[in-house]
Design a protein around this ligand. Structure first.
Ligand code: DGY
Length: 327
């Protein structure tokens, strides 16, 4: 009997992909340029499963055009690129890759916040341009991290890991806002206090945004919200482009409504709003918060674990709609 066919639509570690071969006929995509939607649909003909990343879009039109699909496994934790209800309606299993990237992503969020507050890239560029002529008392004077108030917008696994770093490592009072408040037993070890979103924006010295993207979080931080922040505050976004209104952020930075921003994600990435590129008080990175070799390997392994289980009668470890397996 011929094996089911799967597509690995992301260029990833070949030894991880090899784990699929005993079970499936495996087709791969061998460049870092994401497949166009048209090409993705073409290459999914006859495929029972697909391994994707946050760069591939799975919507109702694709599902209708690929009737053999039974499993969609993303190596990302975020899944705003997948229409999960549409998949469920067609009994297509969807999985994501939570947990394995939590600590790595929190490390990066903290690093980006620190680089932003302490003006690390801005000062390095100044030095590389040969503009450093003498030491000065106020040269690139930034804001302290230790003892400053950390604001976490979105207290999921990554938000909690950032709060823990701030509380235990840097003695930061931690405020957070989340749709649902954590039980007191989970707040206590993080030293975290729930506040309304506007209060968080008003009181945070360093705001870190970790909320998942959805229509309800679109432009959750826009002109009105930015105007509430302290002029000395920093904003770090490691969530998704679209949670912050990038054009409004650039205007707020130019107007001195906040001191600086650290951004790993952008609306319409890989395009970056030109006004942000023109701001010197912004640290910009290309969506790399989970990018360590060990973590990207763990994310890839988890997507493969899910794909194998979904198509061989097993239990996918991190399914988002496990109910489809019962139907
Ligand atoms: C994730 O896992 O969601 C990261 O943002 C990488 O896409």
């Amino acid at each position: 009997m011929s094996k089911p066919q799967v597509l690995v639509a992301v260029k990833t570690f070949s030894d991880v992909v090899d784990r699929l071969r005993p079970h499936f006929d495996v087709e791969t995509h061998d460049t870092d340029q994401p497949l166009s939607q048209e090409e993705l649909i073409r290459r999914l003909q006859g495929k029972a499963g697909v391994y994707i990343s946050g760069s591939n879009k799975i919507d109702a039109a694709l599902l209708a055009a690929c009737p053999d699909l039974r499993a969609i496994c993303t190596m990302a934790v975020g899944y705003n690129n997948i229409d999960v209800p549409a998949c469920t309606a067609r009994s297509v299993l969807v999985s994501n890759a939570p947990d394995v990237l939590t600590e790595t992503t929190a490390d990066f969020g903290f690093a980006l916040m620190m680089a932003t507050a302490r003006r690390i890239t801005e000062s390095e560029q100044f030095l590389r341009r040969g503009e450093w002529k003498h030491w000065s008392v106020t040269l690139f004077a930034g804001a302290d991290i230790h003892g400053a108030t950390l604001g976490v917008l979105g207290m999921g696994r990554i938000g909690a890991a950032i709060a823990r770093r701030g509380h235990l490592g840097f003695g930061m009072p931690v405020l957070y806002h989340n749709r649902s408040r954590l039980p007191a037993a989970q707040e206590a070890p993080l030293g975290a206090q729930w506040v309304e979103k506007d209060e968080l924006l008003r009181r945070a010295d360093h705001l870190v945004i970790v909320v998942p993207y959805s229509p309800s979080s679109h432009h959750m931080v826009a002109e009105r919200e930015l105007a509430l922040m302290k002029p000395t505050a920093t904003l770090t976004n490691i969530a998704r482009g679209g949670v912050v209104d990038d054009a409004a952020l650039a205007r707020a930075l130019q107007a001195g409504q906040l001191a600086a921003a650290g951004l790993d994600v952008f609306e319409g990435e890989p395009q970056v709003h030109p006004a942000l590129l023109a701001c010197s008080n912004v640290v910009l990175t290309p969506h790399i918060a989970s990018a360590t070799v060990a973590t990207r390997r763990a994310m890839s392994h988890l997507a493969v674990d899910n794909l194998i289980a979904a198509l061989t009668g097993g239990t996918p470890p991190t399914a988002l709609n496990p109910e489809v397996l019962k139907s």
